[in-house]
Structures are given as structure tokens and as C-alpha cells.
Design a protein around this ligand. Structure first.
Ligand code: NAP
Length: 282
């Protein structure tokens, strides 16, 4: 394990001119890691998106929340404002071009730019055998989950360039590696997001924009309630998931905050799996 030598501990910290030991004795806090940054999080009025928005704001960012329904956005913004967090909200159905444009423009108007994008929105209109899925199902899933993610990235890149760089996190799923039974088209769209992350990262690296991906396993939200409310699925989880319980949205939020932070400046094009060890056992 890396340890500072006694000489180093007694030496002066380059920042404050005070020894490292004195800093720790006085309990000096390191600056919040997203201080001064502006973050956009899609689908953030509930579930994983709301937890990510809250965490980025707790870590110092000014955060623009968004989802399709005004009343959901208002409720989430009110909740986070009550916690003393610096957030605003706007309606954005990620599948609509005018909403995506409005989302980015609102961030610029309210907060002065964009440093962080978390593309979290996804739909799943189909459960069943993949051969029973229709043209309409595929169109909707690919439109919202994949195409809208790319088009939003395209809109924020120039705004990030104006600020000297930025960080993008795309929310995929562990099902992108191993398709979940009955969720074929959705799983394939999540595999596409793993590819999109890999395709974007090298092109955006010279612009000082990092692109990473989050692949959650089963997380306790409305979206996945059919799974975790089902006793037999829960029993399977206990067998298949190393940490034998369902994950919580907050357990995804810390991972996203890390990927966007100065602690991750040499990480791009990667996917962080947050699945309690399920992926390694599938
Ligand atoms: P959730 O709890 O159901 O939250 C859904 C959020 O998305 C709400 O804020 C909803 O608000 C918004 N929304 C839905 N459709 C939208 C659209 N077209 N445009 C913008 N906002 C939209 O879902 P979640 O479980 O947190 O899922 C978030 C992400 O994690 C998704 O990408 C999902 O695929 C991924 N994921 C989830 C799990 C899991 O087990 N929960 C596992 C792997 C991956 P409105 O109704 O107001 O739009």
C-alpha cells in the first residue's frame, strides 16, 4: 500500500504551506470534486438518474435535471433544492430533437455551459421472445436508447469544447454483455452503447473530452420492479449475484461521479460494471 514517508508528512503541502499532518489534524476538507462544473443528466426525475443528479450536485456541480413530464421534473428539482443543492430542471424527451436542443441551451442559459453529460434515458417497450419483436419495437428502442444518446453527445461536444473539455457517461446495462432473457431488443441496444462509447472515446480524446460507460446490474427502481418484486427472481439473484441483494440507485451514482471527476482523468472508452458481481457469474 502507498504511504507517505514521515519526512513527507512533516513537509509542507504545496497548496497551503501547511504540513500534511497539520492539514489532517485540522480536518481540512479536499475541495468538492465537481465544484464549478455544470452537469446535464437525462431521465433524472427518478431512479438511477435522480441518484446521479443528486450525487453530482452533492459533489459540487450545478445540475440540470430532465425527463418527459413537467410535474416529475418539478418534484425532483424541489426535492434536491430542499437538500440545499444547486439544481434546475427542464422537460426533455430524449427522442425529440427540439427537446434535446432545449436541454443543452437551457444549461448554457442557466449555468453558462456544459462540462458533464450523463446520458441515462432508456425505454423497453417489449418483453418476450426476440423473434416476436416488431419493426416498431426496434425503431423505438434504437431511436431512444441509441440514436438519441449519440445525437445528444453531438450537441454537447461543441459546448464542452468552449470550456476546454468535459466528461460523458453513457448508461448501458449488464444486459449489454449478456442479454437478459425476454429483453432481447433492449439488451442489444445496450450492447450498442458499449460500442458507441468505444467509438466516441478516441475521437473526443484530442478535445479533452472523456467518454465512459456505466453497466448496472439489477438496481431497485420502477423500471426493474417486475424483477425485484418477483420472489423467484430474487432467489436467483441470491445465487447469481456475488453480493446477494438488489443494488440501490446510489450505488450507481458514486461510480458515475468518479468517472466524471479529476480522479479519472486517464480513463476513457471504458465500461464500469456495477452489478454486485453478477456479470462475472453469468
Ligand atoms: P426509472 O427508475 O424507471 O426512471 C426512469 C426515468 O426516466 C424517469 O425520470 C422518467 O421520467 C425518465 N424517462 C423515461 N423515458 C424517458 C425519455 N424518453 N426521455 C427522458 N426521460 C425519460 O429507470 P432506471 O431504472 O433508473 O433506469 C435508468 C437507466 O438505467 C436506463 O438507461 C436503464 O436502461 C438503465 N439500467 C437500469 C437497470 C435497473 O435494474 N434499474 C439496470 C441496468 C440498466 P418521465 O416519466 O417524467 O419521463
Amino acid at each position: 500500500m502507498f504511504r507517505l514517508s514521515p519526512q513527507r508528512l512533516l513537509s509542507l503541502s504545496p497548496r497551503s504551506g501547511e504540513s500534511y499532518i497539520m492539514q489532517s489534524v485540522r480536518g481540512i476538507q479536499t475541495p468538492r470534486k465537481h465544484e464549478g462544473k455544470v452537469a446535464l443528466v437525462t431521465a433524472s426525475s427518478d431512479g438511477i438518474g435522480l441518484a446521479i443528479a443528486r450525487r453530482l450536485a452533492q459533489d459540487g456541480a450545478r445540475v440540470l435535471l430532465s425527463s418527459r413530464k413537467q410535474q416529475n421534473v418539478d418534484k425532483a428539482v424541489q426535492e434536491l433544492k430542499k437538500e440545499g443543492l444547486n439544481v434546475e430542471g427542464t422537460v426533455c424527451h430524449v427522442g425529440k430533437n427540439e427537446d434535446r436542443v432545449k436541454l443543452v441551451n437551457t444549461a448554457v442559459q442557466k449555468f453558462g455551459g456544459v462540462d458533464i453529460l450523463v446520458s441515462n434515458a432508456a425505454v423497453n417497450p417489449f418483453v418476450g421472445n426476440i423473434l416476436d419483436s416488431t419493426d416498431e419495437v426496434w425503431e423505438k428502442i434504437l431511436d431512444v436508447n441509441v440514436k438519441a444518446t449519440f445525437l445528444l453527445v453531438k450537441l454537447v461536444v461543441p459546448k464542452m469544447q468552449e470550456r476546454g473539455g468535459g466528461s460523458i457517461v453513457i448508461v448501458s446495462s449488464a444486459s449489454g454483455f449478456t442479454p437478459f432473457p425476454s429483453l432481447g431488443p433492449y439488451s442489444v441496444s445496450k450492447t450498442a452503447l458499449l460500442g458507441l462509447t468505444k467509438a466516441l472515446a478516441p475521437e473526443l480524446a484530442p478535445l479533452n473530452i472523456r467518454v465512459n460507460c456505466l453497466a448496472p446490474g439489477l438496481i431497485r427502481t420502477n423500471f426493474s420492479s417486475a424483477f425485484w418484486k418477483n420472489e423467484s427472481v430474487l432467489d436467483q439473484i441470491k445465487i447469481k449475484v456475488g453480493i446477494s441483494r438488489v443494488g440501490e440507485p446510489e450505488e450507481c451514482a458514486g461510480a458515475v461521479s468518479f468517472l466524471c471527476s479529476p480522479d479519472a482523468t486517464y480513463i476513457t472508452g471504458e465500461t464500469l460494471v456495477v452489478s454486485g458481481g453478477a456479470y462475472s457469474r453469468l
